[in-house]
Design a protein around this ligand. Structure first.
Ligand SMILES: O=c1ccn([C@H]2C[C@H](O)[C@@H](COP(=O)(O)OP(=O)(O)OP(=O)(O)O)O2)c(=O)[nH]1
Ligand SMILES: [Mg+2]
Length: 151
């Protein structure tokens, strides 16, 4: 288990609602909660930026965190992320924010403290660009976007 510095920015987190924790020993994501004062209804097509009450400092440039949708909310209710995926830089120290997008056909009400997204810590390799005039041959070359067919 990796140690990760975190600050609680909303006192309700850890008191009224549990701090983010892995739901099972094999869970990959920590659920993030909506720090709302009242239920918030997202109309179809609407996007809102939600506070999570939590800040983290990853500190290691070999790591990042990703904010991902929860499958139940996304599949059943169309509640996904306005940025599709959130990327948290290792030097970001601000509040973790979640852009919530109702891509569905029905209004959805987010309750205060509801788990709205999940945070996954991932390894990162930073690359130094080495500019060349030609690449060595590869099996694929420049073929993409369905180049290998559909079967
Ligand atoms: O879902 C998200 C995505 C990003 N962030 C924070 C952490 C991240 O490190 C920072 C910047 O994100 P990103 O680089 O994706 O946004 P940008 O539009 O490129 O902004 P910037 O110019 O600040 O890098 O915003 C969040 O809190 N939630
Ligand atoms: Mg950026």
């Amino acid at each position: 288990m990796h140690a990760l510095q975190a600050r609680v920015l909303d006192p309700r987190l850890g008191q009224q609602w549990p701090l983010p924790a892995y739901a099972t020993s094999g869970s990959a994501g920590l659920d993030l909660r909506a720090m709302l004062d009242a239920p918030l209804t997202l109309e179809p097509g609407q996007t809102t930026l939600l506070s999570t009450g939590l800040a983290i400092h990853i500190a290691d440039s070999g790591l990042a965190a990703m904010v991902l949708p929860r499958s139940g909310l996304g599949h059943k209710h169309g509640i996904v992320l306005g940025n599709l995926v959130g990327l948290i830089d290792s030097d970001y120290q601000g509040e973790l924010m979640v852009s919530c997008w109702n891509r569905g056909q029905q209004a959805f009400t987010i309750e205060p403290g509801e788990r709205i997204a999940q945070l996954v810590l991932v390894p990162v390799v930073q690359a130094q660009l080495e500019i060349v005039s030609e690449f060595d041959d590869s099996q694929r070359g420049a073929g993409g976007f369905g180049h290998t067919g559909s079967h």
